[in-house]
Write a protein that binds this ligand. Sequence first.
Ligand code: 2AM
Ligand code: CA
Length: 266
Amino acid sequence: MSRITEDTKKKIMDLAKDAGGILLHAQEIEKTVEEKSGRANFVTAYDKKVQAFLFESLKEILPQAVLIGEEEETHAALPKGLAFIVDPIDGTTNFMKGYCVSAISIGLLEDGEPLFGVVYNPYLGELFHAARGEGAFCNGKPIHVSPHRLGDGIVIFGTAPYNEELSKLSFRYAYEMFTRSLDVRRSGSSAIDVCNVACGRAELFFELLLSPWDYAASSLILTEAGGVITGPAGEKLIYDSKMGVIAGNAQAHKIFVDLWQERGGA
Ligand code: 2AM
Ligand code: CA
């Protein structure tokens, strides 16, 4: 039995949709862009605005939960008990460019493990959600990872543009996975990518460095959809530091992890 009520779940899902409206109506985004540390790492006034909007409501929905969001100056340590881990805009570079592939991501964790997750893509009006032990859904309909083998599948990858060494390695592994699949894709929103694997549109996703707010919600959606999500060597996901993320149906996931282990991650 989930510890959160249907009413609470609905409130969080409605909030993600309302936040999506802010993205759809955003104007003159490029004028509000600031660079954060490192390469290809941006924030817009809208990232901050959406986070403030989410935090204000989440505080009312579950006052006992700690709030952790990408756009804070300093992040609270992941506590025992309840914590929201929020990415107000996953796919900020796309958002700046008007590329229309970005999402609101809200993960709720209990004792460091995902309990509930919502990813909302306002451009397609797709709301993915999952509660631990209760399955995964897209717009209320149950979703499941694809039954297809990697050889008949699509691989989505992220390029980790903010880390030169990992970017090079990402392209090497992208080529390796390309040769074992039908083709590769790169979207710019890892939350949407993992949800696309969860609903069977692709068989595998990998990105060699992500932050907990990128996968706090989507990782639960993926596992509740019957998929497997770990670090590149098969290690358990953690939600209090950055790590690489490999998500797939069991067969596709194993092919990546086996290759990574065989090559010692090189
Ligand atoms: P963002 O758009 O919220 O920043 C694209 O490669 C994926 O990586 C997106 O999910 C993006 O999330 C995330 N990302 C971008 N910059 C990052 C950084 N410096 N560290 C970790 N993940 C990052
Ligand atoms: Ca973000």
